[in-house]
Design a binder for this molecule. Structure first.
Ligand SMILES: NC(=O)c1ccc[n+]([C@@H]2O[C@H](COP(=O)([O-])OP(=O)(O)OC[C@H]3O[C@@H](n4cnc5c(N)ncnc54)[C@H](O)[C@@H]3O)[C@@H](O)[C@H]2O)c1
Length: 435
């Protein structure tokens, strides 16, 4: 199949590279000329394990190439996937669909034969109808079918997630679109991946319901963690106990500083807004959005408490800035709000992150970055682990002890058992457990 990806970010580039690896011919388009120039030169603009190798292999085989415009490249396409961003609209929290609509107009002008236009971006219910209308208005002779195919990959594990999905969801109102998508995903369905075909609107809503449910699990265990601290229980054991129940499942039950990232915050908000618009409010989702927003400043207060109740003039070391490990993505990372709150209280921040420092520098130019955890911790009153990179799972606490001003460790991901840290003279504060 000939496939064009519009948008070559985390989802567009990973999906494009994986489609190419499945044997399709893929052109990744992005209006960011710098990104395309880098990709043509063999440089990957994002950090995602295995992606550089996958792109290189398929570029050498002639199965993936990169363009800045759809003009000329869409003519042979069997399917064009829209994988542009759908961030929160600053004014009201709805999903900003301007990039999707612009892509639909570009596609309308570029298609030359029957083409399936597939929305892979996370979009509110009814966006497929809008995309279809925009294409028809822009080019009444365009022969297209518009489908939905939400993406469930996780940054940091994006390639295995794409290649071994729990399920592939396609939303189609057109038999031709269904057969093209079935052919595209055949290598995966032949290998056992379940293909779930449903209506376009149902597919669009499935993606939001999925993310909202996962965000709800995280928020639930975070609130239970707070209660654990009050009653002297340990949230890790509670999570183990309930996670063993098949009906609940163990994943997404790690208490921490609240969910962040490019998806959960904007998708929970957008779903709540959509539900209000349809006069069918999702109170659970509205509540978890508010709880999660508050949680980040609550984590800053935990750090301030660990510093003795006042951080004015003190140095706090932050280990891990990205919203989760194995990505360089800083979008809505909990570290951003936590650090802001610490600075508001007068702290100086030193930090280290294995992959996120380049992006973090642009967002938080006031931070003093160290080349490793130990340099970052020099003179720190509190060392706070915010993102659980593997590199932070075996810290040399004796070395850390020799550089910090005070042996206080705040472990917002419950990576360490208290005795592992306390035997080096550190006091540890975790989430949802006794110090
Ligand atoms: N990041 C994830 O883990 C993830 C997972 C599942 C779904 N999603 C969804 O996928 C979508 C894309 O997310 P992302 O993280 O890949 O975003 P991203 O910001 O990394 O990439 C989007 C890309 O689209 C490009 N673009 C925008 N308008 C364009 C146009 N008209 N023509 C060509 N290129 C254009 C941008 O330059 C950018 O490179 C979002 O809707 C997101 O919610 C993301």
């Amino acid at each position: 199949m000939n496939i064009v990806m519009v948008g070559s970010g985390y989802v567009g580039l990973v999906s494009g590279a994986c489609f190419a690896d499945l044997g399709h011919t893929v052109i990744c388009v992005d209006k960011d000329a710098g990104k395309i120039e880098a990709l043509r030169a063999g440089r990957i603009p994002i950090y995602e394990p295995g992606l550089a190798e996958l792109v290189e292999k398929n570029a050498k085989a002639g199965r993936i190439s990169f363009e800045t415009s759809l003009d000329g490249v869409a003519a042979a396409a069997d399917a064009i996937f829209i994988a542009v961003g759908t961030p929160s609209r600053a004014s009201d929290g709805h999903a900003d669909l301007s990039y999707v609509y612009a892509a639909a107009q570009d596609i309308a002008r570029a298609v030359r034969k029957f083409t399936v236009v597939v929305t892979k971006s996370t979009v509110p219910v009814g966006t497929g109808d809008d995309v279809e209308r925009i294409i028809r208005e822009t080019n009444p002779t365009a022969d297209v079918a518009v489908a939905s195919n939400p993406e469930f990959l996780r940054e940091g594990a994006a390639i295995p997630d794409f290649m071994h999905p729990d399920r592939i969801v396609i939303g189609v109102n057109d038999a031709r679109a269904e057969s093209v998508l079935a052919a595209i995903y055949k290598p995966l369905t032949d290998a056992g991946a379940p293909l779930m075909t449903m209506g376009r609107r149902t597919s669009e809503l499935t993606k939001y319901a999925n993310n909202a449910f996962l965000a709800m699990k995280i928020t639930f265990i975070n609130e239970v963690a707070d209660l654990c601290e009050r009653v002297g229980a340990d949230v890790r054991d509670v999570a183990k106990g309930i996670g063993a129940d098949d009906r609940i499942g163990a994943k997404f039950l790690q208490a921490g500083p609240g969910y962040g990232g490019s998806c959960f915050p904007k998708d929970t908000l957008a779903l709540a807004k959509t539900a209000q618009d349809y006069d069918s409010p999702l109170r659970l989702i509205e509540t978890l959005v508010a709880i999660n927003d508050n949680r980040k400043r609550q984590m800053a207060r935990k750090i301030i408490q660990a510093a003795g109740g006042d951080v004015r003039g003190k140095t706090i070391c932050v280990l891990g800035l990205t919203f989760k490990p194995n990505t360089d993505d800083m979008r809505e990372a909990p570290s951003l709000s936590i650090i802001q709150a610490l600075r508001d209280s007068g702290a100086t921040i030193r930090a280290y992150d294995p992959e996120g420092m380049e992006h973090a520098k642009l967002l938080m130019p006031h931070i003093v970055f160290g080349p490793d955890p130990y340099s970052a911790a020099e003179g720190a009153t509190v060392t706070a682990l915010i993102t659980e990179w593997d590199e932070f799972k075996s810290l040399d606490f004796a070395r850390l002890r020799s550089v910090v001003a005070s042996p206080m460790f705040v472990d917002l991901r419950n990576v360490y058992r208290p005795d592992e840290v306390s035997r080096h003279g550190f006091t540890i504060v975790g989430v949802g457990r006794k110090a």
